[in-house]
Design a protein around this ligand. Structure first.
Ligand code: N01
Length: 531
């Protein structure tokens, strides 16, 4: 007889992945417990409440497709939803499907040990030790913040905030001298949102990023109805697509396209706005010459927008191919640098030396600030998993196993850690895709797998070491056909000092990846050792 501390499945995290996993497994009749360190659902959308935070995937598609009623009834107000609206949506889903009763909030999972004798995980949380046959991580890929270890940080007399761990209380910007460190998606959104409000803004940029217009706008009733009437087809199309996004992809190479036509395609997409930009032509992410054509197009736009030529040149990305770091989408980012109260400081050759009580020192110069915003990103993909003390069959931790980079089978499982499944784990398309599409695919696949095991009385499922090796080789080979590994990005771990340099996501495309996962299942879960 199961007690309150014994479950069929424990899920770590109550973001979009954890919520859907809970709902699905509960409907299969399993006893599920979800542990969530925050006091509410929402995952990244709970924590990342910095000014201007907004999704770069269109709201009508950055949403669940599993419930027809939900997707028909929920009304998005804008083309790209802002963080509060996405968090409202997550809360609505939790209430609508009565999920909260199986979620322990403000409970962090500290560690988990696999017991080979019983084929169960013992999971240690901040509250108790509990056990379950299966452990499923729904920890997100961008939930472990990366904070540079600047000397003097503790002595800073002003406010210091990381975008990925933003305070719940209102943060006042008016009349303040503010620094923003970092110019990734979070920095770009923050800078754009606060530039007009602060007394003075100094942006510390290490690597300029490519950013294209979002072209955000209110969603009209007609547009919503049009999409909703066609949801079944559009959702299926996104499941079979390369990135889970419905964007223009021409069946041709940029290098084979006449200049005028190439230019028209880029103009069209610049006007349309959004993430599709680097994927219009087939060779942009594979051929450096083709890539440079699109990169230079964006640099031309930056030079047109930014008044001061020196600042414009500093903002032009030149040291990585466009699309190989996550493209940013913005609403007036480059225009912010035309304001008198905004300065750009390059820390590429002269890094920030230290934080001082009054501000920071960089390039031998002392700056004074009332607030420093660290938009310095995340220990991506492996960070959220490695910070949990997960121990497999030989007692070694996942962190130790992954010391030279993550090793998984399909991004879903890892040898030596039976009955552990990683939603959107390294080695799956995850961060290169519309996360909602990838989350739903992984959750459905895991739920099917657990049903398969239960029906056959199988208590243990472990990735086979050879299958894992072959998958890792495949992930690397596919990446090497592209320009992705050429960029020092968080995809490769380059942003975290000392992190092994491995291109982590699977770049084979979400449609192809789905087929591979389905083939594995159809072949009786080929590559898994079941007992
Ligand atoms: O983090 P980032 P992010 N000194 O790693 C700089 C998703 N997201 O939070 O490039 C000085 O991209 C660092 O410089 P460099 C999205 O997938 C989505 O902005 O490493 N600078 C970089 O400029 C995104 O890609 C949305 O040289 C330092 C910045 O900090 C991902 O999250 C919104 C530094 C970090 O940029 C991460 O985005 C927000 C140092 N010591 C996030 N250390 C949307 O949906 C780091 N930097 C729109």
């Amino acid at each position: 007889m199961a007690e309150d501390t014994d479950y069929d499945v424990i899920v770590i995290g109550a973001g979009f992945a954890g919520m859907y996993m809970l709902k699905t497994l509960r409907e299969s009749g399993l006893r599920v417990r979800v542990f969530e360190r925050a006091d509410d659902v929402g995952g990244t959308w709970y924590w990342s409440r910095y000014p201007g935070a907004r999704c770069d995937v269109e709201s009508l598609f950055y949403s669940y497709s599993f419930s027809e009623e939900l997707q028909q009834e929920w009304r998005w107000t804008e083309r790209y939803a802002a963080q509060p609206e996405i968090l409202d949506y997550a809360r609505h889903v939790a209430d609508r499907f009565d999920l909260r009763r199986d979620i322990s909030f403000e409970t962090e999972v500290l560690g988990a040990d696999f017991d080979s004798a019983g084929d169960r995980w013992t999971v240690r949380t901040t509250d108790a030790a509990v056990s379950a046959r299966f452990l499923i991580t729904a920890v997100g890929c961008l939930s472990a913040t990366a904070m540079p270890e600047y000397p003097g940080l503790a002595e800073f007399r002003g406010e210091a905030h990381h975008t990925g761990h933003w305070p719940h209380e209102p943060v006042e910007f008016a009349g303040k001298r503010v620094a923003v460190v970092g110019t990734g998606s979070s920095g770009i959104q923050t800078i754009t949102a606060i530039a007009a409000e602060v007394e003075h803004l100094t942006v510390f940029q290490r690597t300029p990023n490519f950013s294209v217009p979002a072209r955000n706008r209110p969603l009209s009733e007609q547009e919503q109805q049009r999409v909703k009437a066609d949801y079944a087809r559009l959702r299926e199309e996104s499941r079979q697509s390369f990135s889970g996004l419905l964007v223009e992809r021409l069946e041709r190479n940029a290098l084979d396209t006449p200049c005028a036509e190439f230019r028209a395609a880029l103009d069209r997409n610049w006007q349309r706005g959004g993430l599709g930009f680097p994927g219009i032509f087939q060779d942009t992410l594979a051929d450096p010459v083709a890539n440079e054509l699109s990169a230079e197009y964006v640099r031309e736009r930056i030079r047109e927008i930014v008044d001061d030529p020196e600042t414009a040149e500093l903002l032009c990305p030149k040291d990585f191919p466009i699309g190989t770091k996550r493209l940013c989408v913005d609403t007036g980012y480059y225009e912010s640098f035309n304001r008198d109260n905004v300065d750009l400081v390059s820390v590429r050759d002269r890094p920030i030396e230290r934080i001082t009580p009054a501000g920071l020192r960089q390039g031998g110069r002392d700056f004074e600030f009332d607030m420093i915003v660290f938009a310095t990103g995340y220990d991506a993909m492996t960070g959220p998993l490695n910070r949990i003390d997960i121990r497999g069959t030989d007692g070694a931790t996942l962190r130790e196993k992954w010391a030279d980079g993550p090793r998984t089978y399909l991004g879903l499982a890892t040898a030596g850690f039976p009955n552990l499944f990683t939603i959107t784990g390294p080695g799956s398309p995850s961060v290169l895709s519309n996360m909602m599409v990838s989350i739903e695919q992984h959750v459905d696949w895991i739920a099917d797998h657990l049903r398969y095991l239960r029906e056959r009385g199988i208590t243990r499922s472990e990735a086979d070491a050879d299958a894992e090796r072959e998958w890792c080789e495949h992930v690397g080979e596919v990446a090497d056909l592209t320009l992705f590994p050429a960029a020092a990005s968080w995809y490769t771990g380059a942003n975290v000092p000392g992190k092994p340099q491995v291109f982590m996501p699977y770049v084979g495309g979400v449609g192809n990846y789905r087929v591979l996962c389905d083939q594995v299942a159809d072949a009786g879960y080929r590559g898994f050792v079941l007992s």
